[in-house]
Ligand binder design. Sequence first.
Ligand code: KIV
Length: 275
Amino acid sequence: MSATAIPTAPTPRDIRARKGGAPLVCLTAYSTPIARLCDRHCDIVLVGDSVGMVVHGLPSTLGVTMEMMMLHGKAVARGLERAMLVIDLPFGAYEEGPAQAFRNAARLIAETGAAAVKLEGGAHMAETIAFLTARGIAVMGHVGLTPQAVNTLGGYRVQGRGQDRARVLADARAVAEAGAFAVVLEKVPADLADEITAALDIPTIGIGASVGCDGQILVVDDMLGLFADFKPKFVKRYGALGDAAEKAIAAYAEEVRARAFPAPEHVFSDKEPQT
Ligand code: KIV
């Protein structure tokens, strides 16, 4: 009798080979249970540094540390069998230069088992991407809106409009030429995302970009509708879990106050068998 084989996760090479093929399905995850839910449906699960804002309540991703990435990376890895795990290098962990980037990327990969790291930035990060890939670290790029640069960009606006278009295109080209196996395009005009997708020989993964990208990614808590007060244009809500959770918590509070919970079936007696 043959056991059912567990499908193995794609490698960065497999993902690269998907250029122009069936769209790549990607989501973020920060915990084991959510990673388990994503695993069956996603090609890539990203432990994004968005964890700082989504899970830890930080005002931006700038306060995210290597320790936070490590902790959430390990938790997500425990929930994955068939999706590829990618982990973000947090702000301050790679910008000093290639050697710092290698040290921290190697640590993230060794300790979490991620297949690749993602880092933000275009042309100015090309040297670092080439350094990492030449030394066995697969890199996913991230251009357009790069949230770690929120202070110099002056907010979370769409990038690549008008005269800025050539810069974003050049950034995407630089990342691909440096050896990234895929690149996230965040918050760029749809026709620019299409132009970049046509120009690069690596998959583009859009978030607030275009349906024509080679794949899509969303922050899982956003698409599940966990936050009532956060709904950027590029997010589609596929659920309303925030509302459902609030209703459940309100019902629990009411029952506790009314001494309706715990009911007899939730408590133990001397007589029932040991469980
Ligand atoms: O940190 C993150 O979640 C990301 C995705 C939104 C691409 O970088």
